[in-house]
Write a new protein. Sequence first.
Length: 277
Amino acid sequence: MQAVNRNINEQKKQTIETLRQTIKEWDISGRIGETVSKQLAQAGAIVYLASRTEANCVRVMTEIVDAGNKAVAISCDVSDINQVDAVLAQAEKETGKLDIVINNAGIDCVTPFVDCSQEEMMRVIMTNQVGVNNGLQCALRRMKKYNHGKIVTTTSFAGRRDLPHGLGFGHYGMTKAAVNYITQSAAFAGADYNINVNAVGPGIVLTKMWEDILDTAEKEGKNRKEVWNEYIKTYIPLARGAQTHEDIGYMMVFLCSKYADHITGQIIYVDGGATTA
């Protein structure tokens, strides 16, 4: 979870609050969330980072502070709505306002569809759906009194299409499809209060999930680099190849800015065309 204090408008100094969840066992949010945290901090934000794995938050906080910016690390489990609200309450109390929330909770599930256990499915649902819902509800409730706010949620191209060849995105993609829907519902809920709610969908970015897929391929005797390059070639039309964490962060920062004041309820894919292939 992050909160940020920066100068958004020319003369007006604002506080930006950014909610980010990093889940150790899954870590797509770890790299993307870490990147957008640092980008917002570089823009002058006071960043509140919240994670179930506090050590990861402390590491990122230390790097942000060492770079001359401001950050706070807090332990939080996004599946617990009271913990989520407590983080936002602390950020709001200490900075005086809540302007931006980055709702970046996510863990993976790449078990083939028919083999996925109920326990694994519920684990993914509790973080990817319930956790995101908690962030949206808590942020909207606190932002309404300011008649202003920006919320950005991380989704995935897997929420729009599955991939063949046994990659097993079925239940993970199911939760991301739900994220797309509740993002639009939250946008309607926030519209009367000038709260913009959008989602950014990465494509194939080298995160913990994709590293797990490559680990499996390697155990099967395949060349890790060749398998990665084949995925990029097969699923990403744009010749530039895989997206970087910075690519995703730039879009999130844009959606937090005044230049995105009339963008809400949108699912924006930064995926090199993966959802159109």
